[in-house]
Design a protein around this ligand. Structure first.
Ligand code: NDP
Length: 486
């Protein structure tokens, strides 16, 4: 059957607000890790592709840097993009760097941020690349009359520390600018990944009718990495795997895997669907049965010796921080009731595994006479690089009655922007499509908070696994260890 229905609109481009596109990007936390390692390289890609023409870049922070220090940092962070750029791209990088300035300010001091903001060509996007508590205080220092129309506020994760604090932060921000000028960043929601999932799900007639509890047994979403705490203990030891990864990134991916088909891929339709899916999601009440947590002990990953998590610098064992977490989420609606969505993320795991695995139910009746194992059909969507694998039963070689396994594989298209390039692209063009909406940010906390409370009451043991292993045995996700890459 051909698809004859016309799209409701040509593309997903957001209608820009009357103030026009962003003229100045103000990065607070100019000397920080996020800025140097992720934001500036992402911006550089945009600049070399002509997607940030005329943009003024301002760095600010509490360091007593000069503009020369800052420009040196820019030059270093732009180097990878410069090497790949053509002459125009190189010139554009040179220009943005030469016209960039640094301002030493304490953003928590009364009036300082407002003064800087009002001295810059607007509309301004303020990127809060700051410790979360500092971002919150900086926003509390702003008064609505300090904030010119068109200003965009870009907030990093974690967004609040619970449902209540996320709600309170939302109120602070919404007193300053409209909701669609607030960009709560989740860099997992890169355009390519989001649209690869949506395209696969909604543009294939053979998938959509079977995408429900009628035909699907379970959905698993993995983000296991070999990286350890890597010097970020100050943040990580207070966060842990559940807050750091599952509360934000994996719930967002889960929602995209589970939403009903939106009418358009415009931000309002898409985020409405994500919102209603997450509102139907919950974990519990038997936390000992539907959640698991563990932390790594000393081991080896590749040729690297990894110490005990609790012996890493800056770790307090009393925090009982988990470095690996697994939770079973229920989505209590017509489409998904009864299907577990199992989300798992961990550090210091021997095999990198970043994928969603959809396991289908067995066929209603396998004709008598076939031999061999009837293994469930599985669809795997790998993230970064985005890939697709469909595992099916076929007739075996040699004995035509014996079932064998075939895997159909494809690479999905990648974006030529880095994840933070995609984030900034949405900010600069005024499109909140890939930003986390206020209600969604609160709901993600609402879903995980009961787990955090049960863990704090010690209802679920903190298990251990050796660094470099695949995690503790006996977990739901340890049964089918077939990663896409090693
Ligand atoms: P860092 O600690 O490396 O950097 C924080 C920056 O904030 C520094 O430049 C610091 O300057 C500045 N700062 C602190 N206090 C003030 C103040 N009162 N006024 C002005 N500037 C101030 O943090 P990260 O870069 O790692 O993280 C920033 C944000 O990004 C956090 O919310 C984090 O959760 C989030 N994030 C980070 C990721 C990462 O990989 N780094 C990944 C995803 C999110 P100074 O040193 O001079 O105080």
């Amino acid at each position: 059957m051909s698809n004859t229905s016309a799209p409701a609109q040509e593309n997903a481009t957001y209608t820009p607000t009357p103030e026009g596109p962003v003229k100045t990007l103000l990065i607070l936390g100019a000397s920080g890790d996020l800025t140097g390692r992720l934001l500036l390289p992402g911006l550089a890609r945009l600049v070399t592709r002509g997607r940030a023409d005329g943009l003024k870049l301002i760095g600010a922070g509490s360091d007593s840097w000069t503009t020369e220090n800052w420009q040196k940092r820019l030059s270093e962070s732009f180097s990878a993009a410069r090497e790949k750029a053509d002459d125009d791209g190189e010139r554009a990088l040179q220009q943005i760097c030469e016209h960039s300035e640094y301002h030493a300010i304490d953003v928590t001091a009364e009036g300082k941020l407002a003064e800087l903001l009002n001295s810059l060509p607007g509309p301004v996007a303020i990127y809060f690349a700051l410790p979360p508590a500092i971002s919150q205080t900086a926003c509390e220092q702003l008064r609505p009359e300090d904030v010119p129309a068109g200003t965009r506020l870009v907030m990093e994760k974690p967004f609040g520390s619970g449902e209540e604090s996320a709600r309170s932060l939302n109120q602070t921000l919404k007193a300053l600018v409209p909701e669609d000028h607030i960009h709560r960043v989740d860099h997992f929601l890169g355009k390519a990944t989001v649209f690869n999932i949506l395209g696969l799900r909604f543009a294939n007639r053979m998938l959509e009718p079977v995408w429900s509890n009628q035909h699907i047994e379970k959905v698993e979403i993995f983000f296991d990495e070999k990286l350890t705490v890597e010097g970020r203990s100050r943040y990580y030891d207070k966060a842990g795997a559940l807050r750091d990864m599952i509360q934000s990134h994996l719930l967002q991916i889960m929602a995209l895997m589970a939403i009903n088909g939106p009418a358009t891929i415009h931000e309002r339709d898409l985020r409405d669907h994500v919102g209603s899916t997450l509102r139907a999601a919950s974990i519990g009440p038997d936390f000992a049965q539907c959640t698991r947590r563990a932390r790594y002990t000393a081991g080896t990953i590749g040729d690297r010796d990894v110490p005990n998590y609790v012996d890493e610098e800056g770790i307090d064992p009393e925090n009982m921080t988990e470095t690996l977490a697994e939770v079973e989420v229920s989505i209590n609606n017509e489409r998904w009731a009864g299907v577990p969505f199992i989300l798992r993320s961990g550090k210091a795991v021997g095999r990198k595994r970043k994928e969603a695995v959809v396991t289908f139910k067995p066929v209603n009746h396998l004709p008598t006479g076939f031999t061999g194992a009837d293994v469930p059909t599985r669809l795997r969507i790998g993230f970064g690089p985005d890939t697709l694998q469909l595992e099916m039963d076929v007739n075996g070689p040699g004995n035509i009655f014996s079932l064998d396994r075939a895997v159909l594989s494809a690479e999905l298209n990648a974006s030529d922007l880095l994840p933070y390039g995609e984030v900034l692209d949405g900010v600069l063009s005024g499109d909140p499509l890939l930003s986390v909406r206020d209600d969604i940010a609160e709901d993600c906390w609402r879903i995980v908070e009961p787990v955090l409370e049960a863990w704090a009451r010690n209802e679920v043991p903190l298990e251990e696994y050796e660094a470099g292993s695949s995690g503790p045995s006996g977990w739901v996700t340890s049964q089918e260890d077939v990663p896409l890459e090693s």
